[in-house]
Design a binder for this molecule. Sequence first.
Ligand SMILES: [Zn+2]
Length: 460
Amino acid sequence: MKKIAVFFSVLTLYFLIALLAVTYLKDQKILVIKGGTLIDGTGKSPVENSIIIIEQKKIKAVSQAGKIHPPLFARTIDARGKFIIPGLVDMHVHFLNESFSDLFLLNGVTTTRDMGNNIDFIITLRDKINQGILQGPSIFVSGYLINNRKIPFGASQYTAVVKNPKEARKIVALLARRKVDWIKIYMTLPRNLVRIIIKEANKYKIPVAGHLRRVDAELAARWGIKTLEHTTGVSEALLGEENFEDAPPLWTISNKTWLHVDRTKYEGLIDLFLKKNVYITANLTLYQGLSSTPDELKKNPHIKLMPEIFQNGWKNYLSRRFLELTKDRESWKITKKKIEEFIILFKEKGGKVLTGTDTPWPYLVPGFSLHKELELLVEAGFSPMEALLAATKYPAEALNQEKNLGTLEEGKIANLILLNANPLDDIRQTQNIDIVVKDGIVIQRERLYRSLLKRQKSSQ
Ligand SMILES: [Zn+2]
């Protein structure tokens, strides 16, 4: 009799241990971040002593610590003294190399939008990251950029050339079949083709981004463009009667049109953008680069983390194309000032500016350049909170991902950054990263940085 009692109590004990183990393993899939000051990306005031409960990829609950209780065995990160912001978005990149993934993640850039690439490469990379086969930031892709002629600077394979309405319709259908997230139109496309492409893209519910020139931003806004890249097309719309339809093909971003804009037209154009819900990817980093001297550009301490092929390409650029582009450096400085003046007014009237860098445009290192863009927005007159919105909430909206990305709220994907100091006091603190979380997975910044340095050294 006694033996049987012992047998049953041992059995019960085993059962309890097994139950505890199962609970423990289950709860280890839960991540709790406790005690940090939460800047959730909605624009609301920070919440001190917060708690975030993450299960798998998603945020299960966010609150003030003490108001909700985490499961007993969950993995917990002590975030006391830290500041938590959503993962950042770079809305204009050319993701030319898989190695960019680490550079983005190292900097807390958990989402990117690719604005022109080799279509097979970028779609494969996007899908592998989405399926969890590769670790990297999420990528929203345009595949090709569409123009009426090939563009130079080694990017000709990224261009889909269309010459007539039939080809314009065909390329949009093809891109829709390939499941791109965006359509990107380029500088010298004539009016009739731009209009057809936007109309066709709307049929497939694919948003359109434009690096404009020949068609100005006013016309493109009326026709339904969603984002203006590098603030292009705006100065053209602000000029007097000039007509760019017959302008000679210009490959580069012009540094002349902003010098002659008509300020009395600012408000009218901004009203149209607001009515049409047009976003501006300001891209101040690009204009900063074009206003700099070669020595200033070479000073960037992060160049050493770039694959050598890019470092060499950039050196080449400095000795040739850069000299030609920046013959009149003063006019680039004025251009940058005028763009700042315009986007500040746009922002003050309720317009939404997005952070985008055009990396790997020379000397713009993936990830690091996004933080530079934030700094430049604040220098231009954004508050740190407004700059953060341009890199979190607004990109999520523009990407039609506000249900998943951009803010730290219940049900969203767990993409976030733990900072060592308050970015609302000084926006440069967004670079003072402790931990990055992408899709609920924790990345220790310092460890990743050291492994990248090591990899770089051994490849040289
Ligand atoms: Zn670009």
